[in-house]
Design a protein around this ligand. Structure first.
Ligand code: SF4
Length: 588
């Protein structure tokens, strides 16, 4: 029986091939620049292997995002794929892209630290990513809509999927972190199922498909993915019945949901936490469940994704030491909805696991991808790293409040090299309205203390928060100028109104008179347009943002570091020539 739009837990179970375990493929789909391995599927694989399913389940991870970039670079090199970047012809584009990918794969490790060379290659690399993704996202949409695509494009997707098909999974789970992965994942799911022809993955029929990941967790209504969804393409719009492609949609943290799903495939039961499904014509969502004791989590398993293949000359691994946000008050934010309540590992466990990852994979650089690290927690983690004499370098996200010079100096001794701060604005009124709980004077002091301690600062700044005036906007630009010496990287954006945020739920408090739906929204987008009664209008903010770009691009060491954060960590970890450090270099 084919997968139906009306899933009920007892329908259409995949039948594992007799004599072998249930095979689960976990896929990270294109398209984000592959500078480090994806943490989500590494954590899920480790969890499934730790929960007593033993020999009855075989799990393998497939980073099809990395494979997509590797394949595109190969195809570009042998001219099967022809594309040109802005103002560059096809031949030169192919040559420059190859040079940039080699550069980031570490073939010229010393040259990586030549900032002007770095900027040149990073500009080609990010440009390559944008053009490639635009091209193949369009092909993915056409595949979904059964519109014609060039034979080479079809072949590209088939080749990409080859290793997954060869594994002959019974269940293929797509982990979707960013909205731009959606149409790639749906197209790959469609090809997995073999709906474009008579292909069968095994004589057991097409594999079942599960979707999950942070993108769905922040959607107020993820069930809309199980219906007919709009697929904008080439100025028009088609529809695809995504419910026929997605057999299981799981929201919330994935471990418990995927474990229950695997168990239910081996032995039917109804209780899959976070499962979104239809029942009696209605979309229902089972309550999500998270792992309450983070210390009990197994070490993420990167064994299917060798860190050395990623586009950083020295590998960097992501690590999550807490889940959720302990602050949860920022009015523009929906990140805190990705996880259930806030939990954290003991600092000793974090230090021990970074050590273990270092031993297991020979990697010494880590991005802590926690929503934010509080000063006390950073202090404790630093304490443990120093006590264990763990020689690592790491970056972390933080809210610029309460960090003393003592904590920052100690964190630097423990290997902290980059702090990524949610600064957002330099206007006290705007910060108060945002609920940020910070003030510009303290932010300036903290940035300066971090810089003095040897830590590089990356700042996130949001322009055009509702009610923001021109004078407040300019005060943020002035602040960035005045702190220039302490700012090593900048990630600037315009305010986006997200469904589920405090601003969305209480628009009048933020001077918003009307919320407007977007006619051509992607199905997982939660962004809305709006009109304001106070401050800059949306149009004025748009003009001002364009006018501010030249000034903003001059802030920080490289305009690319805001996006390529693993590279920023490598730069920040490099001892300055002639520096005497109490913190010995890590092996690379
Ligand atoms: S912006 Fe950061 S600190 Fe603020 S609520 Fe979101 S995750 Fe928490």
């Amino acid at each position: 029986m084919p997968a139906g739009p009306h899933y009920s837990p007892n329908d259409s179970k995949p039948k594992p091939v007799a004599g072998r375990p249930l095979r689960i493929a976990l896929v990270f789909p294109p398209a984000v620049l592959p500078t480090s391995p994806p943490l989500g599927i590494a954590s899920l694989k480790a969890w499934l292997q730790s929960v007593g399913l033993d020999a009855s389940v075989e799990v393998r991870n497939f980073d099809l995002n990395l494979a997509y970039f590797e394949q595109a670079a190969r195809w570009l090199d042998d001219r099967r794929l022809q594309m040109s970047l802005r103002k560059i012809d096809i031949e030169t584009t192919a040559r420059k892209v190859k040079a940039a990918v080699d550069f980031f794969c570490g073939k010229e490790a010393e040259a990586f630290f030549d900032l002007s060379l770095y900027d040149e290659h990073a500009s080609i690399y990010t440009g390559f990513g944008s053009v490639l993704n635009g091209l193949f996202d369009n092909f993915a949409r056409k595949i979904l809509l059964d519109l014609p695509v060039p034979a080479l494009a079809g072949g590209f997707f088939e080749d990409l999927l080859g290793p997954v098909k060869a594994f002959e999974p019974d269940l293929t789970g797509f982990s979707i972190l960013f909205s731009q992965q959606l149409f790639f994942a749906l197209a790959l799911a469609k090809l997995c199922k073999g709906w474009n022809g008579p292909r069968k993955v095994s004589d057991q029929g097409p594999p079942k498909i599960a979707f999950g990941g942070a993108t769905f967790s922040v959607m107020p209504d993820p069930g809309r993915l199980l219906a007919s969804i709009p697929v904008p393409v080439g100025g028009g719009q088609g529809k695809v019945d995504a419910g026929r492609l997605i057999d299981y949609l799981i929201v919330g943290e994935g471990e418990k949901g995927l474990e229950a799903l695997a168990k239910s495939l081996l032995c039917p039961n109804d209780g899959v936490p976070g499962l979104v499904h239809r029942k009696d014509g209605k979309i229902m969502t089972n309550p999500a469940q998270g792992v309450s004791d983070l210390d009990a989590l197994p070490l993420p398993d990167f064994s299917d994704m060798p860190p050395g293949r990623y586009h950083s000359p020295t590998p960097v691994l992501p690590y999550l030491s807490s889940r959720g946000c302990p602050w949860r008050r920022c009015a523009f934010c929906t990140h805190q909805k990705t996880y259930l309540h806030y939990r954290e590992e003991h600092a000793a466990a974090t230090a021990a696991r970074l050590s273990l990852l270092q031993e297991s994979y020979g990697v010494s650089h880590f991005c802590l991808v926690d929503e934010m690290l509080r000063p006390r927690r950073l202090d404790k983690i630093a304490e443990e790293l120093i006590r264990r004499n763990t020689r690592v370098r790491f970056s972390a996200y933080a809210r610029p409040s309460g960090f003393s010079p003592r904590v920052l100096e100690k964190a630097h001794r423990a290997g902290l090299r980059v702090l990524m701060w949610g600064v957002e604005s330099a206007s006290r009124r705007v910060l108060d309205l945002m609920g940020k709980g910070t003030n510009p004077q303290e932010v300036e002091t903290i940035l300066h203390s971090a810089e003095s301690a040897g830590i590089w600062n990356l700042l996130f700044v949001i322009f055009g928060f509702p009610t923001e005036t021109k004078a407040e906007w300019l005060s943020t630009l002035d602040f960035l100028d005045s702190c220039r010496e302490s700012i090593h990287a900048l990630s600037r954006s315009r305010f986006i109104l997200l469904e589920g945020s405090k601003v969305f739920l209480n628009p009048r408090r933020y001077g918003i008179s009307r919320i407007i739906d977007r006619p051509q929204r992607d199905p997982v987008s939660i962004a809305y347009d709006y009109e304001v009664t106070e401050g800059l209008t949306v149009e004025e903010a748009s003009v001002m943002f364009k006018e501010s770009l030249a000034r903003l691009s001059a802030v920080g060491r490289s305009p690319r570091f805001g996006q390529l954060r693993e590279h920023l960590l490598l730069y920040a970890s490099r001892p300055s020539p002639g520096a005497i450090s109490s913190n010995p270099p890590v092996s690379e």
